[in-house]
Write a protein that binds this ligand. Sequence first.
Ligand code: FAD
Length: 385
Amino acid sequence: MDFTLSDEQLAIQQVSRDFAENVIKPRAFAMDASGEFPLDIIQQMGALGLLGLPIPEQYGGAGADFLAYCVALEEIARGDASVAITMEAHTSLGATPFLLFGTDEQKKTYLEPLASGQKLWAFGLTEPQAGSDSGGTQTHAELADGEWVINGSKMFITNAGTSMTAGVTVTAVTGVKSNGRKEITNLIVPTGAEGYVIGPPLKKMGWKASDTRPLSFDNCKVPQENVLGSVGGGFKQFMQTLDAGRVAIAALCVGLAQACLDESLKYSHERSQFGKPLHDFQLIQAKLADMATEIELSRLMYYKAAWLHMQGRDFTKEASMAKLFASETSKRAADQAVQIHGGYGFMDDYPVSRYFRNVKVNEIGEGTSEVQRILIAKQLLQSLR
Ligand SMILES: Cc1cc2nc3c(=O)[nH]c(=O)nc-3n(C[C@H](O)[C@H](O)[C@H](O)COP(=O)(O)OP(=O)(O)OC[C@H]3O[C@@H](n4cnc5c(N)ncnc54)[C@H](O)[C@@H]3O)c2cc1C
């Protein structure tokens, strides 16, 4: 077993680390305070190839492997959570479905500008009344005169309303299957489509500079060929999309947890009490050791899930486990980081205060921790049936 990253993975890790350290991190405080979407940073990342890392070069991407993408995401998250989730939602949820399920023409029209980082794309699954129960989608679409007419709404959609967003892929009910279940289809809705209304940005506890919006579809019309994948294949497709997305979210969480450890190590060296630096106290050392151990374990978990994915093997259980453990690791790391900083950790001037707010949502987005436990148990129980 060899845990060494390849030369290419190491090079991508270094580029991402340098960009996070030199460009993103110095702006993180201001981005959080203003909540403004960092368009110029995202455009620079596009130019560096960071928005299409796992997409083959023939479609405008960097042609890197999935682990390289996750490793890059970890580094970007170490710089800032809002930038990292913008990259993740765009790459895993926006662009990748075009690679997996798109026609040649759709790849040319939609995937190339996304993979080359000129445009962003969103993925609209969640609805006001359908979150964890994603099969409970109420948005529906009917075919009329060669067009899909979409009605309904979506909630909490990342990247839908930035000035570089080209559109959103939405799930919609397009009929009833022979088993009586809803037939769900993924439809491509370009920004500016008739009847597509992008709501105002939502105000959030964390990830403040990422773009999160409600969307509504009021007799929204898109051409018949705007089906992504097959009619009725939508449910299976987004499940597949979310499996890989969860590995990427685990990597993002590791980056956030690592940032908590970085700041804690620095602060415990600088701050003295009782005539000694904080890191001389064994109770502080125990916190640092626990953080580092959980981070290492979370990193190994996402490496393994990414490796299984790259081998073409089943990785559903490992993806859920990595996402579950890494998100909870990042929450514990942020909690301990604030504790190590004492009262200063509660002040906005210190990054750990922001980290504390940024980690919570990882236990919610792309499947809550409860949903991950349900999925893991389902996999375990399958072997008994
Ligand atoms: C900042 C942000 C960005 C997001 N970006 C996107 C995006 O780009 N695209 C997109 O489609 N969605 C996005 N989401 C939505 C996200 O995926 C959902 O919030 C999440 O799936 C949970 O759905 P919900 O919020 O409706 O909670 P609910 O499903 O209502 O859950 C509420 C609580 O009940 C629990 N629960 C639900 N069902 C069960 C059960 N069967 N057993 C036990 N407990 C249960 C949940 O775990 C949770 O604790 C985003 C969310 C946020 C906050």
